[in-house]
Structure formats: structure tokens, C-alpha cells
Ligand binder design. Structure first.
Ligand code: UD1
Length: 355
């Protein structure tokens, strides 16, 4: 009889479902690993959560804390309580965490205080902008984790600078694995993932970061600039952004959509002329799919995507955005900075060796 290692994976928000799907698939093939999925309930709308589990074949979570929306302190506090209860009951060998959300930092704090070892996927990302809640979550999570999986050389360098070299490993990016895997699935039935009402030529936009949504003048300026662009701008709207723009008068070339599924988003990204976003993950997906990206933030953690202007950082400056949209399409091929598509295998191997 095999001695199973028990792992509790803590997830809660859209980008974590995507990363966890890839690692869960690899773990499922390993007889020596037993994964328990804990969903904090940070994202709870059907189109922010359930459709991802279904489409990406992520097992139904063993636990859903149903925490929902609240202030950062309240949301994180409710997660801490719920995660602690599950960890005390399950007594896992490891806790596995993803990315930089409040669900990540809550998992790190709850597990490390119970002396349960913590592994962090997508470690070492830094914007060096502490106004971002995600930056605080990353710093805390990396500092108290026992095993750090860094997606890029920049991330590894950041961890080394912080004295964390001993527990850090360069693995490649599971989001690259994920894009390669799901592109094959889309290729089998592309019509299925087409979003109704997609124009032939368009710009794809997403806006949801607190640094933009907490400043209505930033959003207003971004939307006003979208109105100056010649192509239609397709915007699948995050619920918090929808609430904020509900009172705005919107430019006529803006096409609002409900949040779309992951495979629909890959399809939209691949076919877009350019992408405009304040998301972290979408900057990379655009890069992997060879669609130039314009980042509506003051900095990016994904320095590798800046190469040959595949990604241009404009923040919310109207003239920089317009210039970036009108700039020539880069011609240099993408680098292999994100690995070769087997980051999940590398992570699971390292994980089992270190346990
Ligand atoms: C969170 C992450 C962010 C990540 C993003 C992916 C933190 C601090 N931020 O941001 O890093 O890029 O997820 O989408 O963890 N809402 C709904 N329905 C939902 C989820 C959210 O209506 O299913 C609304 C609520 O009004 C809520 C707001 O969106 O107050 C913000 O949600 P929250 O989970 O706090 O953060 P995100 O902005 O989604």
C-alpha cells in the first residue's frame, strides 16, 4: 500500500483556478499524492468561479468557505478562520498556494502558524509598489513559505535578493503550460469558444485592479481614451468594474460583455489586434499568443514581456495609450523566458522530492 502525501490546495479567485487546474491534472496522475481542494469563496459569481471548475475539469472543491466579498481585513480574517479549521481537521503534509490574492496570504498565515509546510506557486513576483494589495500578499507569502516555485529568472533574482535562495526553484510558468494545453482543446472545436458579437477586428480590454477601480477618474480617463481609438474595444467586465462604470456615459465603440470563460478569453486574446489590460495574467497570455499588449498600470512584474515592445506600459496616460495602440506590431519572436510548457511537472517533481 502506497504512503499517500496529503496536500491541501487553497484557491479562491479566477487566476488561481487556472493555475490550479494545470497542477491538479499532474498531481492526479501521481498515485503517491492526494489533493484536497479548499475554495475560499473569494470569487463566487457563477461566471467568476463555477464555469472555470467545469470548463477546466477541476474537481469539485472538498471545502468551500463561502467567504465572499468584504474589506481586505474582514475577508482575510474570515478566510484565516475557515482555512485553520480545515487544516486542523485534515492535517495535511503540505499546503499549496497560488499567486497573490487574499486567499493566498490567508493560506500562508493559517498553515505556517500550524507548522504545516507551505509551497507557493508563482513566487518571487514583485512590482515594488506596495499600494497594490497583491504586492503585500506576495511579500508575506514568500517570506513564510517553505518552498518557492518561481516562474521566471526575474522572479528568482528577486527571491535571491530577499535572502530566499535556499528554498527557491526556477520552474517556468504554469500559465504557459496551460495556454499550450487548452489551445489544443480549442483547436478541436473553435466555434464553441467564440464569444457572440465579436467583431472581425477589435481591441480586447480588461480593467479590474484596485489601483484603477478605486479611482473613478482613472477609469473615466481610460474609457474616454478608448473612445478615441478607431477599432471597437471589447471589454468583458469584472463585477466591481461594472458597478463603478454603471453611471458613466460610455464611448460608442465600446462593447461590454459579461465575464467570459478561460477558453473564450484565450480565443478572444488570440484574435484581438491588441490587448489593453491591468491584469497580470493577461499580459502573459497575450505574449504567449503573440498579441501585442498595452498595460494600463504604472509598472509590470512580467519584465520579460516588455522585450521588443510586445508589452508597453502606459498606465492611464491617454497619449501613451493611443501611441501604443498605433505602434507597429513587433516582429521579434517571443523568448523562452516562461519555460517550455512543463512547469507543472517540474513543480510536482520538486515538491515530492522536497517533502
Ligand atoms: C482579486 C485579486 C486580484 C486578482 C483578481 C482576479 C486580491 C487582493 N485581489 O481581485 O489580485 O487579479 O482577484 O480577478 O485578492 N465580485 C463579485 N463577484 C465575484 C467576485 C467579486 O461581484 O464573484 C465583486 C465584489 O464587489 C467585490 C469585488 O468584485 O467586492 C472585488 O472582488 P475581490 O475578490 O475582493 O477582488 P478582485 O478585484 O476580484
Amino acid at each position: 500500500m502506497l504512503n499517500h502525501m496529503k496536500i491541501v490546495s487553497v484557491i479562491g479567485a479566477r487566476p488561481q483556478f487556472i493555475k490550479a487546474a494545470t497542477i491538479s491534472r499532474v498531481m492526479k496522475a501521481r498515485e503517491d499524492l492526494h489533493e484536497i481542494i479548499l475554495h475560499t469563496g473569494q470569487h463566487y459569481d457563477e461566471n467568476m468561479s463555477k464555469i472555470f471548475f467545469e470548463e477546466l475539469s477541476i474537481p469539485v472543491p472538498d471545502y468551500n468557505l463561502g467567504v465572499g466579498s468584504a474589506s481586505h481585513a474582514r475577508q482575510t480574517a474570515m478566510m484565516l478562520q475557515g482555512i485553520e479549521e480545515v487544516l486542523l481537521k485534515e492535517k495535511p503534509d503540505w499546503t499549496l498556494l497560488y499567486g497573490d490574492t487574499n486567499s493566498t496570504v490567508a493560506g500562508a498565515l493559517a498553515a505556517s502558524k500550524l507548522h504545516i509546510p507551505v509551497a507557493h506557486v508563482e513566487a518571487g513576483l514583485r512590482s515594488y509598489n506596495r499600494l497594490m494589495p497583491e504586492e503585500i500578499n506576495r511579500i508575506v507569502t514568500d517570506r513564510i513559505s517553505d518552498l518557492l516555485f518561481a516562474p521566471t529568472q526575474t522572479a528568482i533574482d528577486n527571491l535571491h535578493k530577499e535572502g530566499l535562495a535556499e528554498v527557491s526553484h526556477l520552474t517556468g510558468d504554469v500559465m504557459y503550460d496551460s495556454v499550450l494545453h487548452y489551445l489544443n482543446i480549442i483547436a478541436d472545436d473553435p466555434e464553441r469558444y467564440r464569444v457572440e458579437g465579436t467583431p472581425d477586428e477589435y481591441l480586447l480590454a480588461t480593467i479590474h485592479r484596485a489601483e484603477n477601480t478605486d479611482h473613478p477618474d482613472h477609469i473615466a480617463s481610460i474609457l474616454d481614451t478608448f473612445g478615441k481609438l478607431t477599432l471597437p474595444v471589447l471589454l468583458p467586465v469584472h463585477p466591481r468594474t461594472r458597478k463603478i462604470i454603471s453611471g458613466f456615459s460610455l464611448p460608442s465603440n465600446l462593447i461590454l460583455k459579461e465575464p467570459v470563460s478561460y477558453l473564450q478569453m484565450l480565443t478572444l486574446t488570440k484574435q484581438a489586434s491588441k490587448v489593453l489590460t491591468d491584469s497580470g495574467g493577461l499580459q502573459k497570455e497575450a505574449y504567449f499568443l503573440q498579441t501585442p499588449c498595452i498595460t494600463l498600470r504604472t509598472e509590470t512584474e512580467w519584465l520579460e514581456t516588455l522585450h521588443d515592445d510586445w508589452n508597453i506600459v502606459t498606465a492611464t496616460d491617454p497619449s501613451l495609450i493611443v501611441d501604443a495602440v498605433n505602434s507597429p506590431i513587433p516582429t521579434a519572436p517571443q523568448s523562452h523566458a516562461f519555460g517550455t510548457g512543463n512547469a507543472a511537472e517540474i513543480i510536482v517533481d520538486l515538491f515530492t522530492k522536497n517533502c
